[in-house]
Design a protein around this ligand. Structure first.
Ligand code: ZN
Length: 496
């Protein structure tokens, strides 16, 4: 066996082992009986340790050294580069720190659940202090050129820097704010009651499944189940599982939730199985992953042409709720813009202000400019300034998201990067595929998906998300496509 073959065999084995943990994780959040939670935690922590041992084995380091010295073709260079990136990161972080982080974040998540419920920031504060200190240690161990935040960001968005993101986000906010203000000043308002009528759960499931299948989600290689906090889990080739939750008095939650997760699922199903576990068969970045979910949820699912095709399907299933509703009223209702406290309930425009706020606070936490004790005050001030709202309690403010309690500092920007990439990809699809609105209106998604498969899914992690975006759309990531898309949507709806 050549050193390259031995290296890739070991890396793939670690990926297979990791996917076993993925399957147990999916089961934990869907079907696991409550009494099995403790044993499941033991299973998952054993697997995590085995995966870590396999990926940091000294033999991997030796093989990397040998392989890097020899001639490599383009594909191999990309494979080896990513193994090196993961290996360096894994061995630089001391085992003591990995264990400490795992222990602290498990307890911190439990503390966060209780603190959010009781609106009790002081109960969560010491946990966040511990986590910020540990994440700073992690950043120092991994190393960075400019900002400690970059070391954390690199785990989710390889190659991206806080400086670049700050610049794109600044331009986005500069133009987004006046648009949101203009909408607030409009006298037009949608009929929201349309969405909170009686929507039987079985029919919601039927509609969601029908639409997921229509956009290309392969149910022979995936499934849809129910959970509390929906997610998509790509277990491996031929097995991608999406989840949702149903509210019989609110259609949006499951409908757009399923489209969102099916978008993630299409990306997973589009990865090249021949490169399973290796960079060319791995998703590019979390930002690009999110672009796929936002693409189908928003760029497609919240567009007017899509509802030319989908509205009759919805009316058929919900005659009592939608029988007397005009498609245009429905379309306005699913596109309402209104500043709100909770990020996950935010509309397509104000959502990004929620992310920018978190991105700024996280950076200040990492540099030490913002002491953890001052987080609620800083949070509330930013909400007041960017959304014009007064935060009444921390459950509606800095305690609302799970991310920090799990150690996920550096994750938030990938959501808005996803929105930006999705709009820029749609612009390129309109240029390359053509007649996109006509296709959506007829429920024809094949050519749009084929473009994404070819340009995004099959590319895997051969380059950074920024480089991929520039190559397939013809220009570096810019806030303009998203801003243009939002203006084009809201100008007629709100008569701006
Ligand atoms: Zn997502």
């Amino acid at each position: 066996m050549t050193p390259y073959d031995e290296l890739t065999t070991r890396v793939r084995e670690a990926a297979v082992l990791g996917s076993c943990a993925g399957l147990l994780g999916w089961d934990e959040r869907t079907f696991l009986p409550p009494a099995g939670a403790e044993h499941r935690a033991a299973q998952l922590s054993l697997l995590a340790r085995l995966v870590h041992e396999q990926s940091t084995a000294p033999r991997i380091g030796e093989l990397l050294g040998q392989v890097e010295a020899g001639p490599l073709d383009g594909e191999q260079t990309c494979v080896v580069r990513e193994v090196r990136r993961g290996y360096d990161r894994a061995v630089k972080v001391p085992a003591r720190l990995v264990e400490e982080l795992a222990k602290v974040t498990t307890l911190a998540q439990q503390a966060w659940v209780a603190a959010r419920q009781k609106k009790d920031w002081p109960a969560f504060r010491p946990w966040l202090e511990k986590i910020v200190a540990l994440k700073r240690e992690e950043a120092d161990a991994v190393g960075y050129r400019e900002s400690p935040y970059d070391a954390l960001l690199d785990e989710y968005e390889p190659g991206a820097t806080a400086r670049e993101i700050t610049e794109v986000f600044r331009k986005l906010r500069e133009q987004l704010t006046p648009l949101i203000e203009a909408i607030a000043g409009s006298t037009r308002r949608p009929r929201k009651d349309i969405l909170t009528r009686d929507y039987p759960v079985e029919k919601q499931k039927d509609l969601g499944t029908t639409v997921a299948r229509a956009i290309g989600f392969d149910f022979d290689a995936g499934r849809l189940d129910t959970t509390t906090h929906p997610f998509c889990s790509g277990i491996g080739p031929g097995d991608c599982r999406i989840t949702t939750r149903y509210n019989s008095r609110f259609l949006n939650e499951s409908f757009f939730g399923i489209l969102h997760e099916a978008g993630h699922g299409l990306y997973e199903q589009g990865l090249n199985p021949a490169f399973y576990g290796l960079a060319p068969g791995t998703y590019c970045s979390l930002g690009l992953h999110e672009s796929q979910s936002r693409f189908w949820e928003n760029q497609v699912g919240r567009s007017r042409p899509f509802w030319d095709w989908c509205f009759p399907l919805a009316q058929e299933r919900f005659p009592a709720a939608l029988g007397d509703v005009a498609p245009d009223d429905f379309y306005f209702a699913i596109n309402e813009v209104t500043p709100s406290f909770i990020r996950v309930e935010a509309d397509e425009a104000t959502y990004n202000l929620h992310i920018i706020l978190r991105f700024e606070l996280e950076q200040a936490l990492m540099t030490g400019d913002l002491p953890v004790a001052d987080v609620p005050a800083a949070w509330n001030e930013k909400v007041e300034k960017s959304l014009g709202l007064t935060v009444a309690d921390d459950a509606l403010g800095c305690l609302q998201d799970i991310h920090w309690s799990g150690g996920g500092i550096g994750y938030f920007p990938t959501y808005t990067l996803g929105n930006l990439y999705s709009a820029q990809l749609m612009e390129a699809i309109r240029r390359d595929v053509g007649d996109v609105d006509g296709r959506l209106g007829r429920g024809e998604f094949t050519d749009v998906l084929a473009w994404l498969r070819d340009k995004v899914h099959h590319a895997g992690r051969r380059e950074s998300a920024g480089a991929l975006c520039e190559r397939v759309t013809g220009r570096p990531l810019s806030p303009e496509p998203l801003l243009g898309y939002l203006r084009a949507k809201y100008t007629p709806l709100y008569a701006l």
